[in-house]
Design a protein around this ligand. Sequence first.
Ligand SMILES: [Zn+2]
Length: 499
Amino acid sequence: MNLEPGTWNSTSPSSLLLDQPLVILDVETTGAHPAYDRITEVGLIEVERGRCIGEWSTLVNPGESIPPAIQGLTGITNEMVALAPSFAEIAPRLLARLEGKLLVAHNARFDYGLLRNEFRRAGLRYSSRVLCTVKLSRRLFPAETRHNLDALMARHDVACDARHRALGDARAVWLLVSQWRRELYPAVLAAAVERLLKAPAVPAGLPEGALDEVPEAPGVYLFHGENDVALYVGKSINLRARVMAHFAGDHRDSRDMKIAQQVKRIDWIETAGELGALIEEARLVKALAPVHNRRLRRTNELCAWRWRAEGEKGARPADKTKSHSRDSALGGGTPRLVSARELDPAQLGDLYGLFRSRSAALEALRGLAAEHELCPIMLGLEKGRGPCFAYQIKRCRGACAGKESRAVHGLRLGQALARLKMRPWPFKGRVGVREAGDAGEQLIVLDRWCYLGTVRSEAELHEWTERRLQPVFDLDTYRILSRFLSSSRQNYTVVELAT
Ligand SMILES: [Zn+2]
């Protein structure tokens, strides 16, 4: 090969990506759910070497009623599809048009997901490389915030005579892509397309097509290596995309490179939603200790500081009588280290932490003392009577030397500890978090930051209640739940359950 300057071919394979055979496709449906909803119309444009060589479109009988709102949007009515062929009837012809071509669609994940499901129902397998024009637009015009079809048509001056019909929308997408080819530097367009098409290589140890089987649904996945050893557990709201990402090209991540070399099998569990996936992941990481997950925490060393400000309601008599409690009447006393095993999940309000070990807890408290000029003797970090060494070097404001009242010291300690405060359980008692997704509906049963289990029916729930499981505190679950329940997610509901 001649690599002299000037002999470089400016047409890198990537700039030819849009010259390969393309099918620009759009489908109309009975709804927005790729797993449940059905196709009512397919429209496609066949493109070769940048030229349209044919159009094809057909109505499809979805085998179920089209909701009125969707009929209103698309104009496709139950009467119109009543005599149309079913998807199974058009499937072989459609597959012949799609096979071996790059599928281009606006919000392609939706169209591709629906197509794959419909083909699967018809007993056929369809798998293709996919180019999404929403993603392409985002990459080409990152400063723009809106990339829906109407916004793009307005911005790039593209008209559509049959918006929300399959062929009409496919034509609009084709005009859009043609417009970009004219407007943009070929190298810019080519780089964006190449980046989006960077296909993940199927690892050598996996059978061909193994990645195609992974669903686009929330859940956990598990990579197995030689002799079925657990390599890695991960979770995602889109299993397929996340699993593919492990094997996508550059392997800048050395862990992903090792996984790609070692993986022999992929397993997954679909969950109804994100919380189910988070909890299942934590459970599997603990149970299987996969090679490439972070080393498990030794949870038996977990501990927290217990401290209650002066005058707070419900101060525990037990704390007041502790001999090492120097002063429980004023300033709230000395913080006491408690291990996670002693924790009562119902009483997290006066706890600060958690810490992975005793020394981590001590270090954190020392750090707070230094930062806030608190007295190490008052905190129980140093023995003896005041004034403390820190006071002598002006790092303590002198609660130990009568220079600061214990009440003020206690107030400042409370402020210093505030960001470590553990959240009290925000419900009366046992609750269920209801998530719904492709995998059906699940009720995740929780009690005072503890995970009790997942049920799928009333009967199952009843059985559980009968068994009266005791909550066992677990740091990972606490963290997952406190983050999840305080976020602004809307796709779950909480039901209070009888205890
Ligand atoms: Zn001091």
